[in-house]
Design a protein around this ligand. Sequence first.
Ligand SMILES: Nc1ncnc2c1ncn2[C@@H]1O[C@H](COP(=O)(O)OP(=O)(O)OP(=O)(O)O)[C@@H](O)[C@H]1O
Ligand SMILES: [Mg+2]
Length: 379
Amino acid sequence: MKISIQNLTKVFPSRKKGGDPVTAVNDMCVEIPSGKLVGLLGPSGCGKSTSLFMLSGLEAPTSGRIYFDDLDVTDLAPERRGIGLVFQNYALYPHMTVEQNIMFPLQNMRIEKNICKERALDAAKLVQIEDLLARKPSELSGGQQQRVAIARALVKMPNVLLLDEPLSNLDARLRLQTREEIKRIQRETGITTVFVTHDQEEAMSICDIMVVMKKGVVQQIGAPQAIYDSPANLFVANFLGTPPINIFKGIIKDHKLFIGEEEIMDTEYADQEVFVGIRPEGFIYDPNGKLSLNVDHIEVMGRDKTVVSVHPSSQKPTIRSIIDSDISLPEAEVLKFNIKPNKIFLFNATSEVRLDLVEEEPAVQEENDKEEQLGILEE
Ligand SMILES: Nc1ncnc2c1ncn2[C@@H]1O[C@H](COP(=O)(O)OP(=O)(O)OP(=O)(O)O)[C@@H](O)[C@H]1O
Ligand SMILES: [Mg+2]
């Protein structure tokens, strides 16, 4: 089932009396191909859950349309959309066994009891909890409870699976394991899945496509690696990657990029102030390198080491450069580096859009036209 989200907007009235309304989702347009695992990613409050609730039908959009394949589902009740939903708090029925919990969505569907049981068993097998069917939720670990919730969402054989931060109540190890499970289940069933998370690593590791959001507005859509390698703006560059990208204040003068006094590289762009993003893995140690960093300390990680340093033009307290552990670094207060060209990004200092995506300045001719028009008006 492919999903088409067209100009979806949700405005909530203010929770405070007399306050401004909140635009939780602003003109969202996303095409989700059939059978893909799509991550809705962004910081807290950016509108992920609201988007998911509109997909599920639990929340009505203020404007915009949602299509499942060619069917307009915007005004369709949740139970008629063929969706499976899993929330952050698994909301299992405590007095029911695992099997009864999983079968619950089939209850009103007039399906024969033994077929219900069969389907519950199939769903339980898919999430590998078939040995736990007789237990009550209180007798399960968090990860097991979450699997029951996923099995319950799958038992109706939905066309679309919607998951809202399904891993956030799990400890680190279980999170890792369960996210791989979700990927496996999604692959095995081929159900178009939308997975909400604020954890970029989680989204990067399992999603086919990521939708990065900020304050209700979609910032970028694409494959995880493509977005990482080619972030549309400073926010996206900053949001993806651990340790995060290093950001410097820079300036372009006569087609040369400067960070502070240091000339870093040639550039085709016009004179302007910029933000310079450099991925931690983008530093090449070179005694004659162009960027001098004041070393604070070096963290040895085994496979590589992280040089933690400072620079007067850095936007963050520290700069992190990841260096292969085979490369020996001298014990020095200042180390010099060159930058890998594909690991450095330039963003306009005002719009924060990546420079190669900024639209060309309007041609001089247009400016003249405007002046002429104004001239006519004045006359
Ligand atoms: N029922 C509501 N009434 C008023 N404002 C709401 C309502 N639901 C959500 N909002 C607001 O809409 C914005 C988006 O909320 P939403 O829950 O979609 O964010 P989120 O990305 O899921 O965040 P989180 O990661 O914290 O779950 C927030 O500013 C939130 O306060
Ligand atoms: Mg949420």
